[in-house]
Design a protein around this ligand. Structure first.
Ligand code: AMP
Length: 171
């Protein structure tokens, strides 16, 4: 299925100069949504994943159904102040300033934790690299990344640890 044809390009969103790859048009297409999750699940089937981690918020949309298909659990990584129990946090650099991601302390505990990190888009790779650090600090094993879209010109994969990276659509 031609998933790329279901992605909508929005120029100058959220600020001038950014070409935003809008996945909502893919999500509202029943065959497109099913094909996206099924293909990610096929490509990740051999990773023996115990838990999928999805980053707020579009990582939740793809991460939870992918976890279901892989027979894994789902763990949300969230913006500060959203998770109710004790958290581990990681700070990371944005283009301007810093950002912070949090995960529940009791969500990640070795040894039975082979982790797949999932998001809609890998752009600079900063968000995924920070999430990978949270996983590494917990002692769990990061077994791969899965992204629906890769923006290759930004070379985000160069910032990620050396584990398999699954992507479906490249720009
Ligand atoms: P990154 O630069 O890899 O840390 O990207 C952070 C997040 O921003 C990703 O999870 C995407 O959801 C979003 N993002 C960055 N660039 C784009 C883009 N051009 N179109 C759509 N989403 C984007």
């Amino acid at each position: 299925m031609d998933l790329k044809s279901l992605i909508r390009d929005i120029p100058d969103f959220p600020k001038p100069g950014i070409l935003f790859r809008d996945i909502t048009t893919l999500l509202r297409n029943p065959e497109g949504l099913r094909s996206t999750i099924d293909t990610l699940a096929e490509k990740c089937a051999d990773f023996s994943v115990d838990f999928v981690i999805g980053m707020e918020s579009r990582g939740f949309i793809f991460g939870a159904p992918l976890a279901y298909r892989l027979g894994a659990g789902f763990i949300p990584v969230r913006k500060p102040g959203k998770l109710p129990a004790a958290v581990h946090a990681i700070e990371y650099e944005l283009e301007y300033g810093m950002d912070r991601l949090e995960v529940h302390q009791d969500a990640l505990h070795p040894p039975d934790c082979r982790i797949l990190i999932v998001d809609d888009v890998i752009a600079t790779g900063g968000t995924a690299a920070a999430t990978a650090k949270l996983v590494e600090q917990s002692g769990c094993q990061l077994v791969g990344f899965a992204f629906v879209i890769e923006l290759k010109a930004l070379a985000g994969r160069d910032r990620l640890p050396d584990v398999p990276i699954v992507t479906l659509i490249e720009y």
